[in-house]
Design a protein around this ligand. Structure first.
Ligand code: MLT
Length: 260
């Protein structure tokens, strides 16, 4: 089982394919298995590296709030362990927040960015309060209400029932402590405007046309910030475009790494 130890804490990752390294971070509250279609058919010329964030899937939880910076540091430590000096970095939703945080921490290691169904904006005060309420509810009552609240907004109504069932199962399996720590972490995230407007490498932005959580307008904000970025709006997909329409993502990743 590919795992590194971060101060004694197991950090699990999956790796597929050969070529340009692409470190991909999953969203909330999922695991690296949410990239199953990409892991099963890694785009040509790409070495996919997909960790489970601290506390999720097979990675152990660290004490305290799981900030985007802390998760980004875990990702940087994985690159160190794999002796990769720089990589393409990307993520879905919360994973995109982590990719932007990693770019803030160590821009020299980011060869290019893949921002999937995510946004650059920080939470407003009402959003932060919702995150805290979620953290408290999940810690007390488990993840059930969060899953039931998120599920109808996550995927386009046309999603295959098997995909929907797999997503629900993955969400229900996550530890309430990890979910609470990440919910509080997302509330503390910084606005990514400064980072994205300085970023000069290749950048692909992707959003499902029916994304109800980080809609197309949020993707357009990032597209305006990153000079030379591409924006692809995926038909028949909601917030989990990589799972809902995986065939649409493969050529986008291939084109991105060709710009290395
Ligand atoms: C996610 O999919 O990672 C979350 O919906 C992101 C968020 O709640 O901001």
């Amino acid at each position: 089982m590919p795992t590194i130890s971060l101060q004694g804490r197991p950090y699990f990752y999956q790796e597929r394919g050969t070529g340009e390294p692409l470190l991909l971070f999953h969203g909330f509250p999922f695991t690296g298995d949410s990239f199953r279609p990409q892991l099963d058919a890694a785009p040509k010329g790409v070495r996919l590296i997909v960790p489970d964030h601290r506390g999720f899937g097979q990675s152990a939880l660290a004490p305290g709030v799981a900030t985007m910076e802390a998760m980004a540091e875990d990702g940087l430590a994985l690159l160190d362990a794999l002796k990769i000096s720089s990589a393409f970095v990307g993520g879905v939703s919360m994973g995109g927040y982590v990719a932007i945080a990693l770019t803030r921490l160590d821009p020299g290691r980011v060869r290019g960015l893949l921002l999937l169904d995510t946004q650059s904006l920080a939470d407003d005060e009402a959003g932060k309060a919702r995150r805290e309420a979620t953290a408290q509810d999940v810690a007390k009552n488990g993840v059930g209400a969060l899953v039931e609240g998120m599920l109808p907004k996550l995927m386009a109504p046309s999603v295959a029932p098997a995909v929907r069932a797999r997503v629900e199962k993955m969400m229900r399996a996550q530890s309430p402590q990890a979910v609470a720590a990440a919910s509080r972490g997302m509330a503390t995230r910084l606005d990514g405007k400064d980072i994205l407007s300085r970023f000069s490498g290749p950048c692909a932005i992707v959003v499902g046309v029916e994304d109800a959580i980080t809609p197309v307008e949020k993707a357009k904000v990032m597209h305006e910030l990153v000079a030379g970025s591409t924006l692809d709006v995926i038909a028949g997909a909601g917030h989990l475009a990589n799972l809902e329409q995986p065939q649409a993502l493969t050529p986008i990743i291939a084109r991105l790494v060709e710009r290395a």
